[in-house]
Design a protein around this ligand. Sequence first.
Ligand code: GAR
Length: 190
Amino acid sequence: MKLKIAIFLSGGGSNAKAICTYFQHHSKIEVALLLSNKVNSGAKDIGNAFGIPYYTFTRDEFYATDNIITKLAHYQIDTLILAGFLWLIPENLLDAFPDKIINIHPALLPKYGGKGMHGMHVHEAVWKNKETESGITIHLCNKEYDKGKILFQAKTNINADDTPTDIAKKVLALEHRHFPEVIENYLLSI
Ligand code: GAR
């Protein structure tokens, strides 16, 4: 049986799409469920395009019930992938998936991490500080934002005339290039 992963997303889901594409015909790993806290996220379109079920949940459901765990068990999910998912993971999920929750962050942690540091906020902070490089961090999740064990980082140069949007584009390209493969290597090595 293939290892089944679930992807959590809050936004457009370009990373979720890259991961679904990568594993579409994979012999050992499949994306079996998409989950989102936003009704207008990319989950529905991606789910329909790839024939993957998707599920939208509320804050109460996520933090005050075991519904998500029940749902994940129903689909026999082995690993959770956070691809632009912005809520802190509650303890019941961390306990149910020890070392099996992988997040991507659009900066070189430990810099530019923590609560409120997501998406364009990160790239604007990097730009304001006139950093000459940024990048991506793929890491395991724990109780704190962006503090779990780092699995992989990749860097990109920032030119003096790059805008925050330019930085975002460079970082997103790195995410699409590396995230699926890092997931694959991690899952096949544990
Ligand atoms: C990605 O850049 C991801 O690194 C970031 O949200 C974006 C989602 O894009 N995640 C965070 O900032 C988490 N702190 P996508 O919806 O197009 O995949």
